[in-house]
Design a binder for this molecule. Structure first.
Ligand code: TXA
Ligand code: MG
Length: 356
């Protein structure tokens, strides 16, 4: 299939045509290949237990700049640095006893900790958006861990979606949105958790939950005691530079807390679904939050593209409870429903090419 020529960001064709994105089925050999691409300054999407990340060498301004370009991400929004072990991660920050306890409890796993950077860290300023803190994560996905071990250096990796759009929970989602803009996709199958990591800021006096995610607030509280959570600051405090109100935005408008759905609406259901919708995707018929989390982004993408194709006018979403993974699901749905700024040509309004 002929591809339109776009400005490239890749090492294999800078300034000429699109990058040819290689799809690598994860095995020891392709993991080694992906690791060398990253070490050479390339951009590789890879599966983690949460979502697919778009990885580049966190110590290289040039490599990290390619992430921002491929995602059309504003440069004030810092990236998470990924490591194969807590020891490797903590070498970059002023660590604390609480951070150690959290690492013991949840790493490798879906938790990101924000800590003050130390004088030795060589993570580049672009990755941290010039902040005095660094976001650290040790993922538990086997492929991700093997890749990080093989790279042997910190890997900056935001979710592998165009900025503001739905995150990818399998390699196909990445392919749809990023093909031609990145060097390779390391395919390790669908993500088991399906929602991004929980982000906790440990650089303030009290631990602060910046983003609910794969580790629940209840699990964190069992280790941290007091923790400020999103309900405390939802309307007042700036949390994380990346916590923009509108995010995860499908092309169709999203209506929350639906109890019924009309024939011209698509329904994202949770538990027993009311009849009447034009199209239904059930996150979990048994109202199981883990199942719902794992299916959330795929469901949003499906209803968006298929609803759009059928001329439906909106996605109606049933309520999800506020506990456990429900907090993170509600957070993503609230952002998906937020009014979107109609931007002037930053790429986010190219809706047709973004929906999955
Ligand atoms: O599950 C995940 O965390 C995935 C996988 C690939 O690891 N990554 C991910 O990255 O979700 P991203 O860039 O989509 O989200 C990172 C969030 C953003 O909201 C960003 O603003 C915040 O973390 N963040 C990063 N560094 C920060 C810092 N130093 N201070 C405060 N927030 C920070
Ligand atoms: Mg993201």
């Amino acid at each position: 299939m002929a591809q339109p020529a776009l400005p490239v960001h890749g090492p294999h064709g800078r300034g000429r045509h699109r990058v040819v994105t290689e799809i690598l089925k994860a095995d020891p050999q392709t993991i080694a290949q992906a690791a060398s691409l990253i070490r050479e300054g390339g951009l590789v999407a890879f599966g983690t237990e949460t979502v697919y990340g778009l990885g580049a060498l966190a110590t290289s301004d040039a490599a990290v700049a390619r992430i921002f370009a491929a995602k059309q991400r504003p440069r004030f929004n810092p990236l998470i640095s990924h490591f194969a072990s807590a020891e490797a991660a903590f070498a970059h920050v002023e660590t604390t006893p609480l951070a150690q306890r959290l690492a013991d409890a949840f790493w490798p796993g879906p938790l990101t900790m924000i800590l003050p950077r130390n004088a030795h860290s060589d993570i580049c300023d672009l990755a941290t958006a010039g902040l005095p803190t660094i976001a650290l994560r040790v993922p538990r996905g086997k492929t991700a861990l093997a890749l990080l071990r093989e790279v042997g250096q910190p890997v900056a990796a935001p979710s592998a979606n165009p900025s503001g759009r739905v995150s990818p929970s399998d390699a196909f989602h990445v392919l749809r949105n990023m093909h031609g803009h990145i060097d390779a996709i390391l395919d390790s199958g669908p993500c088991s958790v399906g929602l991004e990591s929980t982000v906790i800021d440990l650089s303030r006096e009290v631990p602060f939950l910046l983003r609910p995610g794969g580790v629940t607030l209840e699990q964190l509280e069992a280790v941290c005691g007091t923790i400020r959570n999103p309900d405390d600051y939802a309307t007042k405090l700036p949390a994380s530079p990346g916590m923009l109100a509108s995010h995860y935005a499908p092309a169709l408008p999203v209506r929350l807390n639906a109890e019924t759905a009309a024939p011209d609406e698509a329904l994202l259901a949770f538990g027993p679904a009311p009849a009447g919708a034009g199209l239904v995707y059930n996150l979990s018929e048994n109202a199981d939050l883990e199942e719902a989390a794992a299916r959330l982004f795929a469901g949003l993408r499906f209803l968006d593209s298929e609803g759009h194709r059928r001329g439906l006018r909106a996605i109606a979403v049933m309520a999800v409870p506020r506990h456990g993974l429900g907090l993170a699901i509600r957070d993503r749905l609230r952002r998906a429903a937020s009014p979107r700024p109609m931007s002037g040509g930053d790429g986010d309004d190219e809706v047709e090419s973004m929906i999955g």
